[in-house]
Design a protein around this ligand. Structure first.
Ligand code: CA
Length: 239
C-alpha cells in the first residue's frame, strides 16, 4: 500500500479548520472539515478524527462497518459534550470521511457524513463513492440542478447532515466498495472540488506516478483556481 496526504489553508481563509488522519500501519485514513463559531471548526474536526482513531485502536485490527459507525457516532457525542462545556464552541460541527482497509486483502470500508468525499480511481476512471449530504445534492436528486450547477452553486456549502449538530438524526453512510490491487482511493474536503471538476481530478491523478506529487498537484491546482476554502487530500493506493 502506498499513501500520501496534505492539508492546506487555501488562499482565502484565515485558518485551516480541516483535519487529516493517517494511520497507515492500521490501514486507517480520514478527512474532516470543521465549521461554525469563531474557534469551533478546527476543534470539531480534530475531535472527530481523534475519537475515530482512539475508538478503532481500542477495538482492534480491521474493524467492520458497525464498529466504524459506532466510532463516528462517538465523535459526534464528544463534539456535543465539548460544545456544552464551552459556549465559545457552541454550534461547531464537522464532516468526516474515513477509509479503513481490510478485513483481509482487497477489502475496504468507507464511513461518511457531510460533504467531504471518497473517490476511487481505477484504470483512469474516477468514481465518487460517497454521497454528499448537502442541499444542492438533494436538488440534483430532484432534477432541479445539474451536478455542474451544484458544484458552483452559492448554496453549495449548506449541509443536511454533519457531526456535532444537536438537532440532526445522524445518517452515517457505511460503504463497502469493491477495491482491488492498483485502485487509488482519494479522500478530500470540499475545498478541492470547489475549484476542480472530477475530470480535472482524474487527469491530475493519472499524470503523477508518485502519490506525494499527485497530492501536491491537487492542492496547487485548487489554489491556482482561487483556493476559496481549506483543502485536504489523502491518497491511498491499494497494494
Ligand atoms: Ca470546507
Amino acid at each position: 500500500m502506498e499513501f500520501a496526504g496534505l492539508t492546506d489553508r487555501g488562499r482565502m481563509r484565515a485558518r485551516n479548520e480541516d483535519a487529516l488522519l493517517m494511520r497507515p500501519a492500521r490501514g486507517l485514513f480520514a478527512v474532516a472539515d470543521g465549521m461554525g463559531g469563531h474557534a469551533g471548526g478546527d476543534v470539531a474536526s480534530r475531535i472527530a478524527v481523534d475519537v475515530l482513531d482512539e475508538r478503532l485502536l481500542a477495538t482492534g485490527p480491521e474493524p467492520g462497518g458497525d464498529v466504524i459507525a459506532a466510532a463516528i457516532r462517538a465523535g459526534h457525542e464528544a463534539i456535543l459534550r465539548a460544545a456544552r462545556a464551552d459556549r465559545a464552541l457552541d454550534g461547531m460541527g464537522t464532516t468526516l470521511t474515513a477509509l479503513q482497509l481490510g478485513p483481509g486483502e482487497a477489502a475496504c470500508t468507507v464511513g461518511h457524513i457531510g460533504d467531504s468525499r471518497a473517490y476511487r480511481l481505477r484504470e483512469g476512471a474516477l468514481s465518487q463513492l460517497t454521497r454528499d449530504q448537502t442541499w444542492v445534492q438533494e436538488q440534483v436528486d430532484l432534477g432541479t440542478l445539474t451536478p455542474e450547477q451544484a458544484r458552483t452553486h452559492p448554496r453549495a456549502a449548506i449541509l443536511t447532515d454533519a457531526l456535532g449538530i444537536e438537532t440532526i438524526d445522524l445518517e452515517i453512510q457505511i460503504l463497502e466498495p469493491a477495491c482491488e490491487a492498483g485502485d487509488l482511493v482519494l479522500l478530500c474536503s470540499d475545498g478541492l472540488v470547489a475549484g476542480l471538476t472530477d475530470t480535472d481530478i482524474a487527469d491530475i491523478l493519472t499524470a503523477h506516478a508518485s502519490l506525494d506529487d499527485a497530492a501536491r498537484a491537487l492542492i496547487d491546482t485548487a489554489n491556482a483556481a482561487g483556493g476559496p476554502d481549506n483543502i485536504t487530500v489523502a491518497l491511498v493506493r491499494i497494494g
